[in-house]
Design a protein around this ligand. Sequence first.
Ligand code: SAH
Length: 234
Amino acid sequence: MTFRATVLTLYPDMFPGHLGQSLAGKALERGQWAMDAVQIRDFAADRHRTVDDTPAGGGAGMVLRPDILARAIDHVSDGDTRPKLLMSPRGKPLTQEKVRELAAGDGVIIVCGRFEGVDQRVIDSRELEEVSIGDYVLSGGEPAALTLLDAVIRVLPGVMGNDLSGVHESFEGGLLEHPHYTKPQIFEDLEIPAVLTSGNHGAIAKWRAAESLKLTEERRPDLLAAARKIADKG
Ligand code: SAH
């Protein structure tokens, strides 16, 4: 089964973007995942291919029309069981857990908003799941879709050279990852922590776990609280 992403956008040329490079790009060439970017404008009915209109109730900006977007969604999702996502700052924040869940499926359909956003009726009628990539506002859903797909593709089987490297990372164990070091042994008078060059694998694992905990306590106490909650339940 090949993971297949279909993206609905006013800017299909933004895809596959950076996902055409590096490991994701090689995996795309090998057919380990596939993507198509569909122009929403192709589903407009008028000569000018209009997709937006002024907000009901007044106010700034433009809103994507529900009828055109619905036609586009229905066209790509006919008989399709893939989840339908809408990139949106109002959505549920994307997590590594959600990334893993999506990667375990057969793909996604992603709607990229623009302007002020999307008419609420198409979100409701097509049961779009709103997903946010963080508490800030982008000018369009495309970079958010690329970010989500990047995170999903890198955990697909066989995409990263070393399949194990995915499981020891930030968030995977509910904690942030420990610091990394490499050669040279001394950089501007700073040495690699001695334990890492000791060859004592038990001590190294212990050091890494302690550093990981310390960093998470300092930077993301919210993650620790969440991990504790899960541990208490289990
Ligand atoms: N007026 C809207 C913002 C629209 S931004 C509001 O205040 O909620 C235009 C489009 O960019 C959105 O429709 C969405 O698709 C995308 N976008 C902006 N910020 C995003 C974020 N943090 N995560 C995901 N998508 C985002």
